[in-house]
Design a protein around this ligand. Structure first.
Ligand SMILES: Nc1ncnc2c1ncn2[C@@H]1O[C@H](COP(=O)(O)OP(=O)(O)OP(=O)(O)O)[C@@H](O)[C@H]1O
Ligand SMILES: [Mg+2]
Length: 453
């Protein structure tokens, strides 16, 4: 989501003392305030800049109280900024004019002399609404851009064939999908591809990093909250489930949800309904679910760290992404794909890779998978000069030391390397590693000793 900038408010009043009082009030909130003293000045400002809200008086000429100037102004705003919320201010005697203003599109009104707390509450509310609207527009635009088939997936290797078939087969369904695979293997792109080929492609695709949610924020982030639900809940907030309404909700890093919160999540997934924090109104969750993790969820279940029933809720269909080192045939096409992307971005003219660079790319161990490859290409595009990327531009040497090439090793090197790798893969569990290597316990321990591991 875009960084939150401070709200920008346009205050329209012809009386300098009132405008100044309002300016100080909003400035104290940390908002940016602009003042306009006439309907003409208001239109100029709205045409020139983007505001979150317009607070407008209804009378601009001394001794008029009809409100007609304000009502005329109101009619001109939508042409300049169709989503700009307008709050009108009016004196005691003219509440009926305020009502007329509401009928003509004002979102709210304030009586003069105003009560600071109420004024701030009204304005804040409009700002929050406007931002939610804008976010919705942005998402719709992002989705529209994506509708033409979704993200580009480069996958030519035989290892990726079952993955692509699965995406084609389950994408158009509404099935819940669990995507597994090491870091950087493309779980995020697969999730986006599932959404883009599915029946909800024209609706939002909302991604939430479940690992990044603190216990305190979990419910409010996912389900939203109503103003006053807790101390910091100053306005209503739309949760991720609601944002994804009708579309796809992508629960990324699902293994990192603490057990207590897994229970809460499970309840929602089972009932397909939830309440905003602080509200008793039950809302339906009409979303397609896609989840992803780099962990082995079955092992997590066995270790008591992940609820089995939650796993069963999520893995109706499971798509496993193989690591890049098992997709040799994809390395060159991916490298070319990233080269095209990055040279456009950095306005460089590279035509391709020299042969040694291709050899280096294929030999590299890619522990960071596709993401590491894309970063390597980006770095090379940035730093290299000339018409082709050379091996040296890729800067892969350091990482290669960590994963030596088979041709450069003797038998003992290979054994040591294999044992170390297997141990790492088994999370240091020697019994499991021995089993995977087809060694007896004692044979395995002898080797550990021999290699000082
Ligand atoms: N098959 C592919 N074709 C094109 N680009 C890809 C492919 N796979 C991955 N990428 C790109 O590589 C980068 C990493 O992919 P992504 O973020 O989807 O990985 P991930 O598995 O979600 O990683 P993590 O576990 O770290 O979240 C992204 O920029 C993505 O667009
Ligand atoms: Mg990811």
């Amino acid at each position: 989501m875009a960084a939150i900038r401070s709200p920008r408010i346009l205050v329209a009043d012809d009386q300098p003392d009132i405008a100044e009082a309002l300016r100080l009030l909003f400035k104290a909130e940390g908002w940016r305030v602009e003042v306009a003293a006439s309907p003409q000045a208001v239109c100029e400002a709205v045409g020139r800049d983007e505001f979150d809200v317009l607070l407008s008086d209804l009378n601009y000429t001394r001794d008029t109280t009809s409100g007609q100037e304000g009502l005329d102004l109101l009619a001109r705003i939508p042409a300049l900024d169709p989503t700009l919320p307008v709050v009108v201010m009016t004196a005691w005697a003219t509440v009926d004019i305020a009502v007329e203003a509401m009928r003509r599109g004002a979102r709210d009104f304030i009586q003069k002399p105003w009560d600071n707390a109420r004024l701030l509450a009204v304005v804040r509310n409009q700002i929050a609404l406007r931002r939610a609207l804008r976010e919705g527009e942005r998402l719709a635009a992002a989705n529209a851009a994506q509708r033409g088939g979704g993200p580009v997936l480069v996958a030519q290797s035989p290892t990726m064939r079952p993955v692509m078939e699965m995406v084609e087969r389950v994408g158009p369904s509404d099935a819940t999908v669990l995507i597994t695979g090491e870091n950087g293997t493309g779980k995020g792109v697969i999730a986006a591809a599932l959404h883009a080929t599915g029946p909800r492609a024209s609706r939002p695709f909302i991604s939430v990093n479940m690992g990044g949610l603190s216990e305190a924020l979990f419910e409010s982030e996912l389900f939203g909250h109503v103003r006053g639900a807790f101390t910091d809940a100053k306005t209503d907030r739309v949760g991720r489930f609601e944002m994804a309404e009708g579309g796809t909700l992508f629960l990324d890093e699902i293994a990192n949800v603490p057990l207590a919160l897994q229970t809460k999540l499970l309840r929602v997934l089972e009932g397909r309904s939830y309440e905003r924090v602080g509200s008793s109104r039950t809302q339906q969750a009409d979303v397609r679910l896609v989840a992803a993790t780099n962990a082995d969820l079955r092992a997590e279940v066995a270790a008591g760290r992940f609820r089995q029933d939650l796993l069963f809720r999520l893995n109706t269909i499971e798509i496993h992404l193989p690591p890049l080192r098992e997709r040799q045939e994809d390395i060159e096409p991916l490298a070319l794909f990233f080269l095209q992307q990055q040279r456009a971005r950095y306005r460089k003219e590279f035509t391709g890779f020299d042969p040694a660079a291709i050899v280096a790319l294929r030999a590299h161990h890619w522990l960071g998978n596709v993401r590491e490859l894309s970063h390597a290409i980006e770095r090379a595009v940035l730093l290299a000069s000339g018409s082709v990327i050379r091996a040296a531009d890729l800067g892969l040497a350091a990482a290669r030391d960590a994963a030596p090439r088979l041709e450069d090793m003797n038998l003992e090197d290979v054994e040591r390397f294999l044992i170390r790798q297997t141990l790492a893969r088994c999370g240091g569990n020697a019994l499991k590693a021995a089993e995977q290597l087809g060694l007896s316990r004692s044979a395995f321990y002898r080797r550990l000793e021999k290699y000082g591991l």
